[in-house]
Design a protein around this ligand. Structure first.
Ligand SMILES: [Zn+2]
Ligand SMILES: [Zn+2]
Length: 296
């Protein structure tokens, strides 16, 4: 059963007066913050004392919407990891920039790890003061995290501008749109991971843009090999198939005008070119590190 369908998870939360939220004995509860302006959740925690989270439900009579949003947040997030405890441990750990971002309830801001050119580690506020504005926080993180070509973060593929390199999160992974003046562009898979890994996905997308500028658009290159329109003296070449997410090796063969193509067993357009070369060596010349085949 999915958490959202669990009837217990849908049980009404207590509603407390504004001045009672945050008292040690108050459990998870919703309350009207700032008099009667806006519903907030009080997420209780024995470790850190808990924190308030605005729910973006303004009208007093919409308490049931506020409660539903609060229940979903408690089940999906807070009851797995308390965001305030998590933010505190991250602040003091000063982990290497791992490309994740997180909500700090005490700062009321999205944060990410950064590193100064000298190697000093620091925590960077993203200046997006709303827990629910994940795409905006991702875009801010992306802008801060790397230089190089501009890459946009968009909420989904339907919202991209086909002229601009963009990343979006879909089905538990990141993907990118790589524009191309000749073929229009193509979609490429990026790292697997959650929505909060936007900074790492952006860095990866920037590498892809740079590689495509140096080596040619993968979709155009793939179309050339798939169409078999190669000059007769073309040597063995590797190319990347963006539809199948596979690196391929093309070889000329006497008597076979279109040559022979075989998969290299590698995926990801931005995979190390050294790894591609090693695979080709193994395929063409055999891997001498393997033991000889046992006699049958
Ligand atoms: Zn806590
Ligand atoms: Zn192209």
């Amino acid at each position: 059963m999915r958490e959202m369908d669990d009837p217990l998870g849908q049980a009404p939360l207590s509603i407390v007066a504004t001045d009672e939220a945050g008292e040690p004995e108050t459990p998870d509860a919703i309350f009207l913050a700032g008099g009667s302006r806006d519903w907030s959740l009080w997420a209780a925690c024995r470790g850190c004392g808990g924190y308030a989270l605005p729910l973006h439900v303004e009208r007093r009579e919409d308490w049931i919407d506020a409660a539903a949003r609060a229940q979903s947040f408690l089940a999906r997030v807070h009851h797995k990891t308390c965001l305030r405890c998590d933010a505190r441990s991250r602040r003091f750990r000063r982990a290497p920039a791992e490309g994740a971002m997180w909500w700090d309830p005490e700062a009321g801001d999205w944060m990410m790890n950064g590193e100064l050119p000298g190697g000093t580690r620091l925590t960077l506020p993203l200046d997006v003061n709303d827990y629910w504005s994940v795409p905006e926080a991702a875009a801010a993180a992306a802008a801060l995290s790397t230089d190089g070509p501009a890459v946009r973060v968009v909420p989904g593929p339907e919202l991209l501008d086909p002229q601009l390199p963009s990343i979006f999160h879909i089905a538990d992974r990141w993907a990118m749109w790589l524009p191309c003046e000749d073929c229009g562009g193509c979609e490429l898979p990026l790292r697997e991971g959650g929505r909060l890994e936007a900074p790492s996905a952006t860095a990866q997308a920037k590498r892809v843009v740079e590689l495509a500028a140096a080596e040619g658009c993968p979709s155009c290159v793939a179309a050339m090999f798939q169409g078999g329109h190669l000059p007769p003296d073309t040597p063995a070449l590797t190319w990347y198939d963006p539809i199948e997410d596979h690196w391929m090796l093309w070889q000329p063969v006497i008597g076979v005008p279109e040559g022979v193509t075989m998969p290299l067993g590698l995926s990801g357009f931005d995979v190390s070119r050294v790894a591609v070369e090693v695979k080709v060596e193994q395929l063409l010349f055999g891997d001498e590190s393997l033991p000889p085949e046992a006699p049958a």
